[in-house]
Design a protein. Sequence first.
Length: 232
Amino acid sequence: MNTPDTTWPMWRNIGALMVLPRQYAQGRTLLLVEDSHVASDAIRLMFRGAAARLRRVDTLRAARRHLELYTPDAVIVDIGLPDGCGLDLVRMLDRRRPRVALVVATSGQPEMEGLALDAGADHFLAKPVASMARFRDLLAPVFFDLWHQTPAGTSPRHDPAALRDDVHMACDLLRNAGCALRRGYALQFTEALGRSLHDDTIIAAVAGARESGAVANLVLLLRQRLREQPMI
């Protein structure tokens, strides 16, 4: 039987985070609350090598159900979700005792950073995540093995199947956006998709749809993107 190393305290302070030494950091869990297939796949790839589990849910309801049963070691929360605002979950996680060691808010709208930090998030990540190194630096105090990963530059390329799923989802959301609340979520999701693709035409079309209240032209544009095989 191995004797524990009593020269290490169970926790160490690194910045504002409480960090486990490596022998205690195995088998840890990251809960990802994210509705986009593209964003989820990118985070899954960037998280590889963490010697930890990644669990993904795509609604606030599913996240709360998970948290009733399990306490993850870190949570990444998308602010725009189909059944509400992710900031409500961030506030809940900040009040939870024992508190989750690391809460990261993410959004395709960079201007949400201040609200996310005010709600209690430890960090904010704008989507699409431009730097794999920054992502790993944020997670490494909790998932120690990420410190030993080879430095990387930009985030991974989009998976074509995930991208197609997101475009189809955006079309479905826009076609069924009957009330103002559902329309707002549909436009937010589509704008985040446009930012992930670095597609200024989609972003401008979302702005036009917000101003006019009509989404038909935006749906036609997304269908066109589905037909453009180099993008998909």
